[in-house]
Design a protein around this ligand. Structure first.
Ligand SMILES: [Mn+2]
Length: 506
């Protein structure tokens, strides 16, 4: 019996026993119908931004046909789009092992390395393409763009080691910055952030207007002072009657942040918040998000909490838009100050000695204690490994033990790792963010590892919900609240990101 599924292909309706492991072009048995796995399916997945299924299709195809460079290269792109840069790099490398003349493979590997901040490795691949295709203008442009970054990085390293880096604050004369008469926006009152100022500033931002640079600098200098006094592990106590709202990644989605305040109330002494990192990058309203969050930190230093994410770092900001956005809206110098402030963001927060919150997750090695976290000297760009790196970068995994990270940084940790960590530190569970989830949150490791993500329809394309968590002092039981994306002005995510990054993801 033959069933016609596509105009050009026919197949038998009996499913073979290994039906779930067939390559592209062969029979694939779904619950009701036999089905040809075609490149059309995968193209549909890409078109619908369903990268998870695209990855699934290519993985199935590769299981039966492991010598196909194109499949590896295409899966590499799907991994790039889902931020699995470690896997993306591995696949691009594999594609080139199979076919060293496969130009696309070099581009994919270069993009993966760029995403991982390995600019020299990326440059080598662009070099190869330029050598093989000397007349390719696009290749030449990419090579030059990447070369610029490598040189800039070398320059930054040279001056960094020359002298102890001076703070931008010392070279600012904020007092004498004048606010022009034409400026009709919000101003701090006697140099202080007030609730009135915060409300005016959010309305001002909503209309896509720019806060005066003097006010932005005032906020930055003051918040640096406040953050630098905090320990790396912040410890708070919620009384029986108190609750706190924990939000995950916001990623420059200012209008969704306003929506959280709409739904859950403005921050106040009685409505405390904890924002769990990744405030900036990707979304093109990162400046508005971060100035709003810093403003509330100044207004309510004891009940408005911020933790550092892996995107509050120079490497990420250079690639994913925040540096470009600050330069476009203000100056390079102001970005430098942002960078200094980010280095003072605490890395973890413990609630009632029972719940530990951090952006990424647990550690590459057992035995890390809360005391180790207290001792982290955090005023720096995160190192490539160790507890500070893990707190910002790691992800949970369903299977026991640890694995190499899909991101290419830090590790993945299993339920047994979580169990041991909680037991040693007498904790109930951890709350982390860092990964987009369809429902806005996810409960794993038998309820001991919770993910919360607060950027709905992430990058205008993931279709996910956002969520925030209520924790009450009385029982510390997480209560989840979901929300969907609200419209924003027509400025696309990644509008300020590095052009190489934008093109590499195409
Ligand atoms: Mn993150």
């Amino acid at each position: 019996m033959y069933i016609r599924l596509y105009d050009d292909v026919c197949c038998i309706s009996t499913p073979p026993s290994h039906y779930h492991r067939l390559p592209l072009g062969e029979l694939y048995w779904t619950s009701r119908l036999p089905h040809i796995v075609s490149s059309t399916d995968v193209n549909i997945c890409f078109a619908e931004k369903d990268y998870e299924n695209a990855i699934k299709y290519y993985t199935e195809a590769l299981e039966l046909n492991p010598a196909n460079a194109i499949y590896y290269s295409n899966r590499s792109l799907a991994y790039l789009r889902t931020e699995c840069y470690g896997y993306a790099l591995a696949d691009a490398t594999k594609a080139l092992e199979i076919d060293k003349n496969y130009i696309k493979g070099y581009y994919r590997r270069a993009t993966s390395n760029m995403a991982l901040g390995k600019f020299k490795a990326a440059l080598k691949d662009y070099e190869t393409v330029v050598r093989v295709r000397p007349n390719d203008k696009d290749a030449k442009m990419k090579y030059q763009e990447c070369n610029k970054i490598v040189k800039q990085k070398a320059f930054e390293r040279a001056i960094a080691s020359d002298e102890i880096k001076k703070s931008v604050v010392d070279s600012l004369d904020i007092e004498n910055m004048t606010i022009e008469d034409e400026y009709a926006g919000p101003k701090l009152e006697d140099g202080k952030v007030t609730l009135k100022f915060m409300k005016e500033m959010m309305d001002w931002f909503k209309d896509q207007k720019k806060l005066h640079r003097k006010c932005a600098y005032q906020i930055l200098v003051q918040v640096k002072e406040v953050l630098s006094k905090l320990p790396s592990l912040v410890e708070i106590t919620l009384k029986e009657t108190e609750k706190i709202t924990i939000c995950g990644d916001t990623h420059g989605q200012f209008y969704d942040l306003l929506n959280i305040f709409e739904l859950n109330g403005l921050p106040s002494q009685t409505n405390p918040y904890l924002f769990n990192g990744d405030f900036v990058d990707r979304g093109s309203f990162s400046v508005e998000v971060i100035l709003t969050l810093f403003g509330f930190k100044l207004l309510y230093p004891d009940c408005f909490h911020l933790l550092r994410g892996n995107h509050e770092t120079d490497n990420m900001n250079q690639m994913y838009g925040f540096e470009g956005e600050v330069k476009a809206k203000y100056t390079a110098q102001m970005f430098q100050l942002f960078s200094e402030v980010f280095q003072w963001l605490p890395l973890a927060q413990c609630i009632n000695s029972k719940v530990l919150v951090m952006h990424g997750g647990l550690f590459s090695e057992d035995g890390v204690t809360l005391d180790d976290l207290r001792k982290i000297d955090r005023n720096r760009q995160p190192p490539d490994s160790g507890p500070m790196c893990d707190l910002l970068w790691s992800d949970p995994q369903p299977q026991n033990g640890r694995s190499i990270s899909k991101r290419g940084v830090s590790c993945q940790f299993g339920p047994d790792v979580t169990e041991r960590f909680l037991e040693q530190n007498k904790l109930d569970f951890i709350v982390r963010s860092h990964e987009v989830k369809a429902e806005g949150y996810e409960v794993t490791h038998s309820g001991k590892c919770i993910t919360v993500f607060s950027a709905p329809n992430y990058c205008d394309q993931m279709g996910n919900k956002g969520a925030y968590i209520h924790l009450r002092g009385s029982d510390l039981k997480p209560e989840f609240h979901q929300f969907t994306a609200v419209p924003h002005p027509n400025v696309k995510p990644m509008a300020y990101a590095n052009t190489l990054m934008q093109m590499g993801m195409m």
